[in-house]
Design a protein around this ligand. Structure first.
Ligand code: ASP
Length: 435
């Protein structure tokens, strides 16, 4: 069986990082399918190669000289090639790149060259085969992977030995080079994993896994050892800055687990993202939250006897372009949590329409609401989770405005006043992780 591994920009920032990557690949003979990003920052002020390429395009389109950026590009790639002691033909590739740019090459093609050159060097350094994603990875008009990929890409993959594919780009609808959104090499890695039918997709980056809570709030948050696709989706939706949804999809469709690992600390366990439920010893996988919501509270005596009340309220929100998150209801009241940004511009119209069509006794808007999601498969069929959660919030003096636990029992969502968001997350984390 094969392991696919993708290395991000910081893992390829210079020759020393290329060496670390090669060491990781060679450490396990199963690591045959490699995807690389363009070289990233070597230090805080350093530009990423992709940003240099985009500035080259910008300069040319404004009829300004791109020469300083060309020089930067050349310096970075030639230095990596030279320090690694390989011949990847970089001088020639850079020369013809410059000619194509000056002849009016597309923005996406220019942006994609960072990954292309990076993969050329890595293939030469590893003694592997270079796999060209153009004509093999197809990207539709929405920037998502097209199904043609699943027949074309597998045909390009060598049966033996290591192969290296550039991330970030493929062929777009006009049969020209097209890139994914920024950070898109993660998607390419997942695509190659599915096309090659691997047992594991390793995503090598500069952190030792995904954290159980936002480190800006819980400064010493631990990495998650294992998390399911579903838990991750709940956490991402609730504001966690985790692995990109589009980058999970191809692996999810093929039930391939994903491991997030650290190139600079390769023996750290990292985080394993798995398809199915785990036997959890901790009830929660993580906690995440975000602010930016309003609470629409509608009261009407005997609401419970009236048919279609909820449908009318939600219909009015829909026609005015307001998405809703949750809607806990009582006997004579209905509460809808909505996105404040959507709601702001249409607030007056929405309230008028609800008054007219539903004739409520009272309607009130509470602003500055944050939602906190505590997520974990381990919660289901386990007693005491809610009591621990609400006990922790009470001890931290966080007033809970709304509660929602879906039937799946995979998350408990609470609505709190925005200023209580951080305190709430910290309290929940402490209650479940530290105790
Ligand atoms: N190099 C591209 C970017 O900077 C894609 C990637 O690294 O994933 O966004």
């Amino acid at each position: 069986m094969t392991i696919a591994c993708k290395f991000g920009g910081t893992s390829l920032a210079d020759a020393a990082q290329f060496r670390k990557v090669a060491e990781i690949v060679r450490a396990n003979p199963k690591r045959r399918a490699v995807v690389v990003s363009a070289p990233g920052k070597r230090h805080k002020q350093d530009p990423k190669i992709t940003d240099i390429l985009l500035s080259i395009h910008d300069m040319v389109s404004r009829e300004l000289s791109p020469d300083p950026s060309f020089a930067l590009l050349r310096e970075r790639f030639l230095e990596i090639e030279k320090e690694l002691g390989v011949d990847a033909g970089m001088a020639g590739l850079l020369k013809s790149f410059q000619i194509s740019v000056l002849a009016g090459a597309d923005r996406d093609w220019i942006a994609s060259r960072g990954e292309h050159f990076s993969a050329r060097i890595m293939a030469a350094f590893l003694g592997g085969t270079f796999v060209e994603p153009e004509g093999a990875v197809f990207i539709n008009a929405l920037g998502l992977v097209d199904d043609r990929t699943w027949t074309e890409l597998p045909r390009r993959l060598p049966a033996e030995g290591i192969y290296v594919m550039p991330g970030f780009y493929g062929t777009g609808p006009q049969e020209r080079v097209k890139t994914f959104s920024r950070g898109g090499s993660d998607i390419s890695g997942s695509i190659l994993a599915r096309a090659a039918g691997v047992e594991l997709y390793e995503n090598w980056t500069d952190v030792s896994g995904l954290l159980m809570a936002d480190p800006r709030i819980v400064t010493d948050a631990s990495p998650m050892e294992v998390v399911t696709y579903r838990e991750l989706r709940e956490l991402a939706y609730s504001g966690a800055n985790v692995f990109h949804e589009e980058a999970i999809l191809p692996c999810k469709q093929a039930s391939i687990p994903i491991r997030i690992a650290n190139t600079n600390r390769p023996s750290d366990p990292g985080t394993l993202i798995v398809p199915e439920e785990r036997a959890a010893d901790r009830p929660i996988a993580g906690v995440a939250g975000r602010s930016g919501f309003c609470l629409l509270q509608i009261e009407k005596i005997l609401m419970n006897k009236e048919r279609g009340f909820g449908r009318r309220v939600l219909g009015i929100l829909e026609t005015n372009g307001v998405s809703y998150e949750l809607s806990p209801s009582g006997i004579d009241s209905m509460c809808v949590v909505i996105d404040a940004e959507d709601f702001g511009p249409v607030e007056g119209v929405v309230l008028d329409e609800i008054r007219r069509s539903c004739e409520p006794d009272a309607i009130e808007v509470e602003r500055d609401i944050a939602l906190i999601a505590t997520v974990g498969h381990g919660m289901s069929h386990r007693t005491g989770v809610a009591s621990r959660l609400f006990g922790a919030l009470a001890d931290a003096k966080v007033n809970v405005r709304i509660i929602d636990q879906g039937a799946s029992e995979i998350s408990i969502i609470v609505g709190v006043a925005s200023p209580d968001l951080s305190r709430g997350i910290q309290a929940i984390y402490d209650a479940f992780v530290r105790n």
